[in-house]
Design a protein around this ligand. Structure first.
Ligand code: LLP
Length: 418
């Protein structure tokens, strides 16, 4: 459930009409709902019942400082994949001691910063990385806590770009190699073995692959115990899907129940870490955009809006469906079918194809489910400033990020000397 609803004919974010935000902040503009973000985070937190757990929000989904700060206030931990995300967590008041560092390619400076900040755990993805973290921890003078990311060879049945748990993917290592990394780490005074990690993909709508992957992780933890290696948590990654169109993803409660049930069945009380991103932020945001013109085409008609693929890349990159709705429903004529396209000079620049809309020029549209992997994936392509981000809180709204200025676009660039 989210807090973007019509009151009368006007779409609201919580108690604020979206048209009012567009008038103040301009378009295109991202709008998030605080109540929705908090509701989703709490749904995960409460779903674990008494089972010890930590929710490490995946910053990559939406790294706005205000978003991180709101989650930090709830007691959230964080999952990061870069030194830049670590800086965001720290700048927003998040606790590095509740932060997990994931990712397949960590640079030395990032590892150093993470060690200095005292992060909770490095999720290691290769032998080489274990060696580098060990060497940098030796320099730092304190052992680094690690988990190894297991590749369970499970098909998450997600979009091919979003599946990460198959053996052909670049992510994680298979059980035999992971065991070897643990054996070496066990003997390495610069590494402290903390957990076992796994993440099989994103936008998962089926629980079966989760259950299969978790069983492999738990088998593997037993194997480690057989080698005399104890762990203090299981990190089960993120990936729970959301509804963009007609998907019926499991609820956080159903998802967490699979985890706690499997653990109970094996009498394991190990703390569980999860790293949800999309399921917390996805439906907590919309992209507001204004219709620039209606253009008749030879095959389809186009609704040209002021947001493009540089603002919201998901439709172009994954052929992702994102619902598009009128911000103000006006009593007039029939809806017609349009391809909703942006101003960017590529035919891949569309937000939606064959959508029925009742629109005129200068009307506002809202692209829904744009809280996750939306603003964070925006770019300056075609020299377009990135949109502002607004957070609605009850009857008020706050500018959480300014629109980039045209000067920002070439900051740091230089022409060659005469
Ligand atoms: N943990 C790890 C190690 C991850 O790689 C990811 C996402 C997450 C957690 C969070 O997954 P979530 O709960 O958000 O599904 N840009 C794509 C999604 C890429 C996801 C990458 N990894 C999209 O727009 O659909």
């Amino acid at each position: 459930m989210d807090h973007f609803q019509y009151a009368g004919d006007a779409l609201h974010a919580e108690q604020v009409p979206l048209a009012e935000i567009a008038a103040r902040a301009g378009t295109p503009c991202y709008v998030y709902s605080r109540a929705t973000i908090e509701r989703h985070w709490r749904a995960f937190d409460e779903a674990f019942g008494g089972h010890p757990h930590r929710i490490c929000y995946a910053v990559k989904a939406n790294g706005n400082l205000a978003v991180i700060n709101l989650l930090a206030r709830l007691g959230s931990g964080f999952d990061i994949v870069s030194g830049g995300e670590l800086r965001r967590v720290i700048a927003a008041g998040g606790d590095p001691g509740k932060t997990i560092f994931s990712g397949v390619g960590k640079q030395d400076w990032e590892i150093r910063e993470a060690l200095a900040a005292g992060i909770a755990c490095f999720n290691i993805e290769s032998e080489s990385e274990a060696g580098r973290v060990s060497a940098l921890a030796a320099e730092h003078g304190r052992p680094a806590a690690i988990s190894v990311r297991l590749n369970p060879d499970v098909d998450a049945k997600a979009h091919p770009y979003l599946s990460t748990g198959l053996r052909e993917n670049k992510f994680g290592v298979d059980a035999a190699r992971a065991a070897e990394i643990y054996r070496r780490a066990h003997a390495d005074p610069n590494l402290r073995i903390s957990g076992v990690a796994c993440h099989i993909g994103s936008q998962l709508t089926d629980l079966a692959p989760y259950r299969d992957a978790l069983r492999r992780v738990l088998d593997f933890a037993d194997e480690l115990a057989g080698l005399g290696i104890e762990i203090d948590h299981i990190d089960f990654g993120g990936g729970l899907g959301v509804r963009y169109r007609d998907e019926t993803p499991p609820t956080p409660a159903e998802y967490c129940e699979v985890i706690t049930r499997e653990m109970r069945a094996r009498k394991k009380t190990l703390p569980v870490v999860i790293e949800p991103g999309r399921a917390i932020l996805g439906n907590a945001g919309v992209l507001l955009t204004r219709v620039l013109c209606i253009k008749r085409g030879a095959v389809s008609d186009f609704c040209v809006v002021d947001a493009g693929m540089n603002d919201l890349l998901r439709p172009a990159l994954y052929q992702a469906y994102q619902e598009i709705v009128e911000v103000e429903r006006r009593p007039r004529g029939e809806a017609a079918q349009y391809d909703v396209v942006g101003p960017v000079c590529e035919s891949g620049d569309f937000l939606g194809k064959a959508r029925r809309l009742n629109v005129r020029e200068s009307d506002l549209l809202a692209v829904r489910t744009a809280g996750a992997y939306a603003a964070v994936m925006s770019s300056n392509y075609n020299a377009r400033p990135r949109p502002p981000e607004v957070i609605v809180d009850g009857g008020e709204f706050h500018l959480a990020r300014e629109r980039e200025s045209l000067e920002d676009l070439h900051r740091g660039e230089r022409v060659l000397p005469e």
